[in-house]
Design a protein around this ligand. Structure first.
Ligand SMILES: *Cc1c(COP(=O)(O)O)cnc(C)c1O
Length: 950
């Protein structure tokens, strides 16, 4: 074996396995299988024009060299991003630990209690620090969280309350520039009118439905908003505040003024800057809005045995259920980063956080004093970590600073701001002072005073306590935290235990070599707004990745800005919208979406101001072309786009795709391809070939970014030539097309740090490896299909009877025996497997996607488990619910209990097949009571006693 070929490590199947697999499938060669799977007219004629793959060793050397082109300055730019210190115990045991980063979104609560607890900690931390009643388990970044607040309040107003048509939203001029840009993007399609201004002179007689304030302001000034909030309340104007989480340790939390929403980022709680992301944003609000909150909320409930259990609460699947009635399209969020930020609070506890915030604040005061002593005017009257200075000549100061490898925020020709952070040392402050002294050309020696005057009035100083729960006061030694993290990790089934065959989610290998560079300082410690010449390594990587993705999709250009697939959908549709407008066809607003589409598709279309028209699928699972034709003709005048997933969410390469995309173009529409299923296309066909104009890619599916328990994600959009001018921009750093739409994410290149993973994936596999990965993904799916034949019926196949890279098995017939698809999902846990995707896109079914990374041994274990479950189903009867499926999963508690009242053995319950006992995974709870939890909503680490009272 050539040990330098990465593909041999990434792909789980070897030459030796092929005869057996071909036999099961009924083909002679892999080429034959691919021929029978992908319609001939869309097959690529040429191999991918990408270089040969490099070895892992070469890749790591290459990334080392590239990282040396990034210059790590001491950066005091602030503007929502701050250098932070990731505690090593968190870095090693979470960020670098596949037990955490390869887990899936915790839909299967019984095997996800660890990350659910970590997220409950995060929610508790956010709600305590902001002073709000509840918080969600993360959003994509501060600016999108602010936009979610704007839209949620808009929706609440128009839906629940007066239908008075108020469409104005006040935005304080203190808001971060990237947030303002995003608010613009999101407001336009919804008809929300932004009024940007000074909150002190705001005219409350304006007919506003809501307002947003920044706390502290973008250049550090802290305003006391209590009066504003009071007046707003009287006028029934809802108020959101974008707040700095660390400052809330010392400042009066906005919740105490009675605001409606508080948003922000938790980046400075131990998450690397990473040139813009990924970081977890938070969204905290009042109990009364609990049914309108975007994203996921973790809630407490009880399991079948009455034990405390956590699970995703309430509207968790909201956009799937509400579709075009949803107000947010958020799906993938930032779970891994939220877990880390929550753990940062667990490790430091309230006293540690007070120390950190106190140190940052006191250093800032002393720096301000030192600068004032030099005769420099400091403009902020009340501040936490940021001061604003008036200087005669910014250019010369900047030169001095850059010579000393220091970045400040240069506001204009005569003003700069400086934001300090946890990593700021005394020497850093001295260097800053010296530069100012030289620029002033004063004779005085710059000196840092040992103390400084108070700058926070009593009304702004926090008096309330926070993080009093046990979890934030127990794990302050490394040994204790290490064990706590391990305790949680052990409750969670991740890819380091067994295959996670979640259809549509592509849970493939996230190779260690792809992940390692994320820990390197030269990638981690770069602020998104540094001058480009300090980020040359990043720029080179970004340009290469864009090229790679252009080649793979067949398109002309790529924007890496969107932080998730759903955000990519929104970005793509906004680009289509801008394109139509540029041609004087701004009236085009109809978006046709097949009934089988993922819930984010219609939700994104509505957010982009489009009207959704649903088109039918026929009995074979394909788009009903006749129905589509009718709808296209009916809406020809106003047709904006078709959104289509390819291969379809039914796991099939539809052969009429070219005809479909042509039809849309004939009627003036653009074709948006949802690229979640790109793992079935890479190297064999591409979106440009099927006639699409734009697609998003889920780099966290096809391109090896780990799922992280529900994020991070990266959802770049790739576009054809005509859409290139409209790719999204950023207000601080120039990026995007010539007629760029305003920002889709806060950072110019989204989650740049995570992009390293996909860059490595493509670079190491190379053209041939990528194509083989696709072929083996299709092979593995068809092998499972072959092995399950006669036991589980596959709902849809292509014209020649093949599945694509995934398949839907029908579990509805088992209802006759009283068995639901959920019972099968839960029973799989007893066999050591995570369930495939349940009831999407068809209720009562499972969608299985093995990916190319799984070995034949693992595929066989899974098939053995499914076949064994099938015989258990045959034993079940509808009138006897006390059976091994209905009672699944079986916990250690049940199996070791002195009493055993089940009509089957303990052995059958917990060790149903021989392979299980070698590597038993114990679900830590039994099934959860959803209704109970939703009725008695608890979303923070309330003391156990409080819970018992319910
Ligand atoms: C995963 C998925 C999405 C949403 O992507 P996120 O990254 O979770 O926002 C959209 N469509 C399909 C078909 C998907 O599988």
């Amino acid at each position: 074996m050539n040990t330098e070929v990465f593909a041999a490590r990434h792909i789980g199947i070897t030459e030796r396995d092929l005869p057996k697999m071909f036999g099961t499938i009924g083909v002679e060669t892999l080429e034959q299988l691919i021929y029978e799977t992908i319609p001939n007219d869309i097959k690529l004629k040429q191999p991918l024009n990408l270089p040969k793959g490099v070895s892992e060793h070469e890749f790591l050397n290459h990334l080392q060299e590239l990282s040396n082109k990034n210059k790590v300055f001491k950066t005091f730019i602030g503007l929502g991003y701050h250098e932070s210190l990731t505690p090593s115990v968190i870095k090693r045991n979470i960020l670098e630990n596949p037990g955490w980063y390869t887990a899936y979104t915790p839909y299967q609560a019984e095997i996800a209690q660890g990350r659910l607890e970590a997220l409950l900690n995060f929610q508790t931390m956010v709600s305590d620090l902001t002073g709000m009643e509840l918080a969600n388990a993360s959003l994509l970044d501060e600016s999108t969280a602010a936009a979610e607040a704007m839209t949620m309040l808009f929706d609440v107003r128009s839906r629940q309350q007066k239908k008075d048509g108020a469409v104005k939203f006040f935005v304080s001029e203190e808001i971060l520039p990237q947030t303002l840009s995003l608010l613009k993007t999101r407001s336009i399609p919804l008809g929300i009118e932004l009024i940007v201004g000074n909150h002190e002179t705001f005219d409350f007689s304006e007919d506003c439905y809501g307002a947003i304030l920044q706390y502290p302001g973008k250049h550090g000034q802290i305003h006391d908003y209590a009066g504003f909030v009071q007046k707003a309340k009287e006028k029934d104007i809802k108020v959101a505040v974008a707040a700095d989480i660390l400052s809330l340790v010392l400042l009066t939390p906005p919740g105490e003024w009675g605001v409606d929403v508080v948003v922000g980022t938790t980046q400075r709680f131990g998450i690397p800057l990473g040139y813009g992301g990924p970081h977890a944003a938070f969204f905290a609000t009042k109990e009364e809005y609990k049914r309108s909150i975007p994203g996921r909320i973790i809630g407490v409930t009880k399991d079948t045995d009455g034990n405390r259990a956590l699970r995703m609460a309430l509207q968790t699947r909201e956009q799937h259920i509400k579709r075009d009635k949803a107000t947010s399209n958020i799906c993938t969020a930032q779970v891994l980063l939220a877990v880390m930020a929550g753990m940062y609070a667990v490790y430091h506890g309230p006293e540690g956080l007070k120390y950190i915030a106190g140190k940052v604040h006191s250093q800032t005061k002393r720096l301000a004093q030192g600068l004032e002593d030099l005769g420099i005017k400091q403009r902020n009257t009340a501040f936490f970590d940021t001061i604003q200075l008036q200087v005669p000549n910014v250019a010369s100061l900047r030169k001095l600073m850059e010579e000393k490898s220091i970045n400040l925020n240069y506001i204009d020709d005569t003003h700069v701001s400086i934001s300090l952070n946890e990593a700021t040392s005394e020497q850093d402050l001295e260097r800053v002072l010296e530069c100012f002294a030289s620029s002033q050309k004063t004779k005085d020696n710059a000196a840092l005073p040992s103390g400084a005057k108070e700058v926070l009035p009593a009304s702004l100083r926090r008096k309330s306590s926070f993080l009093e729960h046990d979890v934030f006061n127990s794990y302050h030694s490394e040994t204790e935290l290490m064990r706590y993290i391990k305790k949680l990790e052990r409750k969670d089934l991740a890819l380091n235990h067994s295959m996670i065959s979640l259809g549509s989610c592509t849970m493939k290998l996230n190779a260690a070599s792809e992940m390692l560079p994320l820990s390197w300082a030269n990638w981690g410690n770069i602020h998104p707004f540094v001058p480009l010449d300090q980020a040359k390594g990043y720029q080179e990587m970004i340009t290469s990745l864009e090229h790679q993705l252009n080649e793979i999709t067949g398109f002309a250009a790529t924007s890496l800005q969107p932080n998730s697939g759903a955000q990519g959908e929104y970005a793509g549709l906004m680009v289509i919208r801008a394109y139509h407008e540029s041609r004087g066809e701004g009236h085009r607003n109809i978006c046709i979406i097949p009934a089988s589409a993922h819930g984010t598709n219609p939700a994104s279309a509505v957010m982009a101001g489009m009207q959704v028209v649903v088109t039918k699928t026929d009995e074979r699972g394909n788009i009903d072309v006749i129905d589509l034709e009718e709808k296209v003709k009916l809406h020809s005048e106003n047709l904006a786009a078709l959104m289509v997933t390819y291969p379809s969410t039914h796991g099939v390469f539809e052969s009429s795709i070219i005809k479909i995309t042509q039809l849309i173009h004939e009627h003036g529409g653009q074709v948006y391809m949802d690229g979640a299923n790109m793992n079935a296309q890479v190297g064999l066909t591409n979106p440009a070939t099927i006639g699409a104009d734009v697609c998003h890619l889920n780099l966290h599916k096809t391109f090896a970014i780990p799922h992280g328990g529900g994020g991070p994600g990266v959802g770049p959009i790739c576009v054809a030539e005509q859409l290139k001018p409209f790719l999204p921009g950023n207000p601080v750093v120039e990026t995007g097309g010539k007629q760029a739409i305003t920002a889709i994410s806060a950072a110019p290149w989204g989650s740049a740090l995570a992009c390293l993973i996909s860059y490595g994936y493509i670079k190491m596999l190379g053209a041939e490896g990528l194509t083989n990965a696709t072929k083996v993904a299709i092979l593995n799916a068809n092998y499972i299909k072959g092995r399950l034949k006669g036991k589980f019926e596959v709902l849809y196949t292509g014209e020649r009877g093949r599945a694509a890279h995934e398949m839907i098995i029908d579990c509805r017939p088992f209802k006759e025996q009283g068995i639901e698809v959920t019972d099968i999902a839960k029973r799989l846990m007893d066999y050591g497997f995570h369930a495939p995707t349940v009831s999407f896109p068809v209720a009562g079914t499972m969608m299985i996607e093995p990916t190319e990374s799984e070995s034949l041994v693992e595929l066989d274990k899974f098939c053995d488990a499914m076949i064994s479950i099938r015989s258990e189903i045959d034993e079940a009867t509808a009138d006897e619910p006390n059976n091994v499926l209905k009672n699944a999963p079986h916990t250690l508690d049940m199996v070791t209990s002195d009493s055993w009242e089940y009509p089957y053995s303990r052995q059958k319950a917990a060790f149903p097949l021989p392979y299980v006992s070698e590597n038993k995974f114990w679900p830590s709870i039994r099934r959860t009571d959803e209704a109970f939890g939703d009725r008695n909503l608890i979303c923070t680490c309330a003391p156990i006693e409080a819970y018992a009272e319910v």
